[in-house]
Design a protein. Sequence first.
Length: 373
Amino acid sequence: MSSPVFDRNLPYNDLPFLPPKKNIENNPAILKRLVTASRALATVNGSLNRLPNPLMLINTLALQEAKASTEIENIFTTEDELYKAISESYKDEKIDPATKEVIKYREALWAGYNELQIKQQIDAPLIQRIFSKIKETSAVYRPPQAQVVIKRGGSEFRSGEVIYTPPRAPGLIETLMDNLFDYLNDDEKHPADPLLKMCVAHYQFEAIHPFQDGNGRSGRILNLLYLFNKGLLNQPVLYMSKYIIQNKEDYYFRLSAVTQRNAWEAWIGFMLEVTEKTAWHTHARINEILAQMDATLEYAKGKIKWYNKEVNAVIFSQPYIKPDLIGESIGKTSRTTLTKYMNELVDQKLLRPRKDGSRVYYINDELIRILES
């Protein structure tokens, strides 16, 4: 069957339903890549199981994913601003707008993760909740009269040129999204490998472009949550966006090639490569964190009598630590006692103090070294 005629200046209302008509599930090249990507994901899960508290990665690797994902949308912040922000409320008026966008991404991931554990499926309320967190809005799908188009960025050749016009017609977005959810959730009707489904669904979500803004970030969160829901990830911490940034032109070229030429094999191969390379990178990061935690615990127990595994886990829970977190882990709330304990951590070079106005942050330089490598 030939692909629908595509005109980038007209709404793509002929976007085909899933699954793709091409026989991608039995393509030898895709199956070979699928095996290696699945093996890499299994290795990451083994590493996650070794962590004393896997949720700590929501504040570390997931934060790096949030930063990279927003950079794809040309929203930039510094690691310093980001690490300070997660020690406070992201609504803090002193946090700059770009950093708030990154924090909102992490909050959206966390909200989706919590909701998915209850409902056990991907649906419209879930993806709309993710979007509402990212954009701080109560809006849902974009209305049919919204003249949304995708244009080349300001730094690109022929900047401002329309490169894609997503579907728009009364009820069409809802119909396409319902088909997407059916494809993801109904494994009897659509029995493809979940990793393959993720690749297909990611194209479809971006092609539908269901929201007026924030679709890229929402779609990348959906990838992680789907892999988590299908048991391919124990926690939604795969750091995909960095690889996409490094191969941004290829990413968008292959997306458009599916639309224009039905080039599914190249797109799926690219996304499986993203998954595999990211999984091995994440595995290496987790192992570095674990090795540093072990070394720090062994060193600190010989220098500080009250130091234990719980305190060690806290100082590796996020790059910038506030004294209250240490106090909670050891049951000490006295300001005098906490000051004494923080000074001991500083004296042994486990943390480094940094004054910022009236606030003092305690920085874990070893964790930052790993996260930014």
